[in-house]
Write a protein that binds this ligand. Structure first.
Ligand code: IVH
Length: 674
């Protein structure tokens, strides 16, 4: 242990400072799912606090972060008191720390060898799920370790959490584990959030925590969260006598468990397992941040017990953050579709955790100022798991370096770049005269959720733009016509042959007929993602209606459209260049008017239906939409006027009332069948 050369007074001052820093980081991490520092920097603060307290034990207070877990639960959720506290784990960073752990365990138990179960440490959000007589009855977050938040409805939306357990399960059993978001789902979510102007999550763990703590469980249901089981809370009867046994039983009951695991008594073998998992880490579809070693024998765990916030029988061996130091050669500015100026760090290429990194995003101008980053600096690059590399700090300024002057004009078109008061980004005001914005808009226009033209990706758009073949969206649809007439045919261009040119033309032809909502989305109006595009289509029905002067109040009456979005929509349709583009496109395309969902004749046509209980295969909102499409009127309460009640799991008073009134009760399956 590194000892401090502190006077008592200095130690106290440092202690107060550390406690307050750790608290504020805890609040950002646990309550806002939005940490400000890296995990390894956080771990360093904690380690410093622990070392300081070991040297000056009189500084330890019951509410020191070393004595508590997590942070206070936030408002908004019902609280659940854990029947067995949910604890945290001590950390090991070096091999020596692992050896010390094993030595402590052996000494405590006074035994020669101890079998250790080793497993991946999942970087998600921990949760305790309680089953009574085989049925899932509640689920809670860790909270402060004693009291967590009731997230039962949200946990029930997870596809890989069993809602029931087999008959051999004890009457009461709490399964503990980690809720996580698969990496691919995380990337898709952030992309979608960026399009709709929603919150961007820093990493899959924050995304999982944020998605789990939604007051509306239909939001959670859409987030593809998953669960790994790895421990138990309260149990009314033992289900195994080893950690390995718990794992096997959980797996048998239908829980996912992380794999592979190791069972070893030899320290070197455990360290080999740690090294092995590091090599496969990048291939996993979830984030892990280390290995957890647990004494395998549960009777020994019992004897070992706990110290303050962590068990004596387990420890987390953390992975080092993959980092490296390199030179920041330049800061370049990228201009996006909506004109946002994004600073990009151009780095002296360097390998970080097996990947060569030569660029990293700097997010926005405040980030550069906050981190004091200057061109020429030696900077620290960090890659946490699979996440995009970022600059964590500037370690050394270059001689004669100056703070970065963020441009106030667009580097591409020279127009003013303005930062609105409530915005973090500066935007080029050039609109359609800005090449960068136009090219980005073209890329968006042909992207998957928009026109989705096969074979026309970013590179092709760039090539055609550079060659002057495509200047505006309508040019895409005159490409073949012009190609026929021109002397330099596409098939003679670099990278193109007869067949590829023909395929592209066919792919374009296929997309000449387009539904209004897709068309609106393709226009790339600021803040108008797929959902808003659909709402606009369903309200205005035709493009011509949208091209009439738009009424602000009418727009704002549409769900999810506020003043800022309304302003952007009005500005887009009023702008002269945009109207030219729209008129050109109208000549090339068949833009299908919005078709309101047709109601089909069914047993539900004209009937009043009430939904109750938890549906397993769909959200309430989805069931309601389905019923309405079948012609039903969906009501919230059961009365003599009710024709059908659809009862999901755990239906209560409404079901009872329906039975009393002799109303036909259908199951979720009945609804699905209809
Ligand atoms: S065992 C008494 N196993 O990491 C706690 N925990 O940073 C026993 N975690 O609080 C926990 N993966 O929420 C265990 N395979 C794993 C884990 C794991 C992630 C979490 C757990 C713990 C936290 C400590």
């Amino acid at each position: 242990m590194e000892l401090f050369d502190f006077s008592k007074q200095d130690a106290k001052a440092r202690h107060t400072r550390l406690v307050s820093e750790i608290r504020s980081h805890d609040a950002l991490y646990y309550n806002q799912d939005d940490p400000e520092i890296t995990d390894s920097d956080y771990d360093k603060l904690r380690k410093e606090l622990e070392t300081l307290e070991a040297q000056f034990p009189e500084l330890v207070t019951p509410d020191s972060p070393t004595q508590t877990v997590g942070t206070v639960v936030s408002e908004g959720f019902t609280k659940i008191t854990h029947s067995v506290p949910m604890l945290s784990l001590g950390n090991a960073f070096e091999d020596q720390d692992v050896e010390d752990f094993i030595a402590r365990v052996r000494k405590f138990l006074n035994i020669e060898t101890v079998e250790i179960f080793a497993e991946q440490k999942i970087d998600g959000s921990s949760c305790s799920i309680r089953y009574e007589r085989g049925k899932l009855v509640s689920a809670a977050t860790r909270g402060d370790g004693q009291v967590g938040e009731d997230i039962t409805a949200n946990i029930k939306t997870l596809q890989n959490v069993p809602l029931t357990l087999p008959d051999d399960a004890p009457d009461i059993i709490e399964v503990r584990g980690e809720v996580y978001m698969p990496t691919a789902s995380f990337e898709a979510l952030n992309k979608q959030q960026a399009e709709s102007g929603g919150k961007i999550f820093a990493n899959p763990r924050n995304a999982a925590a944020g998605s789990l703590r939604q007051l509306d469980s239909s939001v959670t249901a859409k987030r593809n969260l998953k669960f790994f089981g790895y421990a138990l809370g309260k149990v009314s009867a033992p289900i195994a006598d080893t950690q390995m046994g718990i794992r096997e039983t959980l797996q048998k009951w239908g829980f996912d468990v992380p794999s592979p695991v190791a069972l070893e008594s030899d320290i070197q073998k455990l360290l080999d397992y740690y090294a092995h998992i590091m090599t496969i880490r990048a291939d996993l579809d979830y984030d892990i941040d280390g290995i957890v070693y647990k004494v395998n024998d549960l009777a020994l765990q019992e004897r070992l017990g706990f110290v303050s916030r962590a068990p004596r029988w387990a420890i987390a061996h953390k992975f080092p953050a993959e980092q490296a130091i390199t030179t920041l050669n330049a800061i370049t500015i990228q201009v996006g579709r909506t004109g946002a100026l994004t600073p990009v760090a151009e780095l002296e290429p360097i390998t970080v955790g097996g990947v060569v990194v030569s660029r990293a995003t700097l997010h926005n101008e405040d980030e550069i100022t906050r981190k004091g980053i200057r061109v020429g600096d030696k900077v620290r690059i960090e890659r946490a798991g699979d996440v995009i590399p970022k600059i964590s700090e500037s370690v050394e300024h270059a001689k004669d370096s100056k703070p970065f002057d963020f441009p106030t004009t667009c580097p591409i078109c020279g127009s003013d770049a303005i930062r609105e008061e409530d915005e973090a980004v500066r935007r080029c005001q050039g609109g359609l005269i800005c090449d960068a914005q136009v090219v980005e808009r073209l890329k968006h226009f042909v992207s998957k959720a928009a026109f989705d033209i096969d074979g026309m990706g970013d590179k092709v758009i760039r090539q055609f733009w550079d060659d002057g073949l495509i200047k505006s969206p309508a040019d895409i649809f005159t490409l073949q016509e012009r190609d026929k007439k021109s002397l330099t045919r596409l098939k003679n261009k670099e990278g193109w042959g007869e067949l590829s040119a023909q395929n592209l033309f066919e792919a374009i032809e296929k997309k000449r007929v387009v539904p209004l909502e897709r068309f609106i989305y393709a226009l790339g109006i600021r803040q108008v993602g797929q959902a808003t595009a659909k709402r606009l289509a369903s309200h205005y029905l035709t493009l011509n209606n949208l091209m009439q002067p738009l009424d602000r109040d009418e727009l704002m009456a549409i769900e999810d459209i506020g003043p800022a979005v309304a302003k952007d929509i009005i500005a887009f349709f009023a702008e002269g260049h945009n109207r030219d583009v729209l008129n050109d496109l109208k000549e090339q395309l068949v833009i299908e008017d919005y078709k309101p969902i047709q109601t089909t004749q069914s047993v539900f046509t004209g009937k009043t239906v009430v939904l109750t209980g938890t549906l397993l295969n769909m959200s309430r909102a989805e069931a309601k939409a389905k019923l309405e499409a079948l012609g039903a009127k969906v009501s919230g309460s059961v009365s003599a006027k009710t024709d059908y009640v659809i009862a999901g799991e755990d239906a209560g008073s409404k079901l009872k009332k329906a039975q009393e009134l002799n109303i036909t009760v259908l199951s979720e399956n009945d609804l699905l069948n209809i």
